[in-house]
Ligand binder design. Structure first.
Ligand code: ZN
Ligand code: ZN
Length: 289
């Protein structure tokens, strides 16, 4: 075991609480990732980060918290929890908000705009803990982990990550939220984008990927920046990953419907004569890599 991840938010686009979504969760994307040495990475700052903040404060028990907050992009569902992340207001903690170099200016301005007085009562200056902004290099080395980035196919751009223990390069977690695997010309991705993505995910122990649409839904939302289940399974199979975690669930998808889609994906794996474990990201659950 080298990496531990906990899902605090699994839902795409808009929070969708209620009895029908209680199992897989209604909070928007936020994943806590720990290296074996205890370094903390927070992947996305959707509404799930509110619960994470409370949990971190409890676990820290008065000690300072330090973390990098990696934003895949600044779409609302990935940043809207930040103003409710309690450790920011407490003082004494240190957070570095990180994203792709080209996105840094836009991310900073989006985070500050969502806390402008017109739309929120408290401004970014209310944070008493230290908050820095720093671009991610294509390859990063931290305490007990190494991280690589990949550009994704999403309106406005987004970034995916491959995280390993920093020494062996394996096992690896690949986190790809908000990515369109279907054909659509609206991206400036190179012609070999899919081959590059397959190599990026190659042999991962765990692939967490946007799985928003059924095939029917996708036809009505081509170009919206998300993937259908079939394409996600095919990517995982082509890249020989061990476990696929369906993520960024559609806000209208009930728990029963998510489970049904897991079964559809498992059937596709069997039809291809392959061995791939498929599960759906479930809020509050922890997986080890
Ligand atoms: Zn999203
Ligand atoms: Zn998005």
């Amino acid at each position: 075991m080298t990496l531990t991840l906990t899902f605090w938010g699994t839902r795409g686009s808009i929070p969708s609480p209620g009895a029908q979504t209680a199992q897989y969760g209604g909070n928007t994307p936020c994943v806590e990732l720990r290296s074996a040495t205890g370094a903390l990475l927070i992947l996305d700052a959707g509404t799930g980060i509110r619960h994470l903040g409370r949990s971190l404060l409890e676990r820290a028990n008065g000690k300072p918290i330090a973390a990098d907050i990696l934003l895949s992009h600044a779409h609302w569902d990935h940043i809207q929890g930040l103003p409710f992340f309690a450790p920011l207001y407490e003082g004494g903690h240190e957070f570095t908000i990180r994203c792709a170099p080209g996105a840094l200016g836009g991310v900073e301005s989006a985070l500050k705009s969502q806390m402008s007085r017109t739309v929120f009562p408290v401004t970014f200056d209310a944070f008493r803990s230290q908050v820095r902004f720093r671009a991610l290099n294509e390859i990063e080395r931290g305490d007990g982990y190494a991280l690589r980035t990949v550009p994704l196919r999403h309106p406005g751009g987004a970034t995916g990550y491959r995280v390993t223990d920093g020494n062996s390069g394996a096992p690896a977690l690949v986190y790809i939220s908000d990515n369109e695997l279907g054909e659509h010309a609206g991206y400036d991705s190179p012609a070999d984008w899919r081959d590059s993505l397959v190599s990026f995910a190659r042999g991962a122990s765990l692939l967490v990927h946007d799985a928003m649409y059924t095939a029917d839904e996708y036809e009505r939302h081509r170009g919206w920046g998300h993937s259908r289940y079939e394409d996600v399974v095919d990517l995982a199979l082509d890249a020989d990953v061990q476990r696929l975690v369906l993520f960024h669930h559609h806000p209208e998808r009930t728990d029963a419907a998510v489970s049904e889609q897991v079964a559809v994906c498992q059937k596709r794996v069997r039809e291809r004569g392959a061995r791939l474990e498929v599960l759906a990201a479930e809020e509050g659950t922890t997986l080890t890599v």
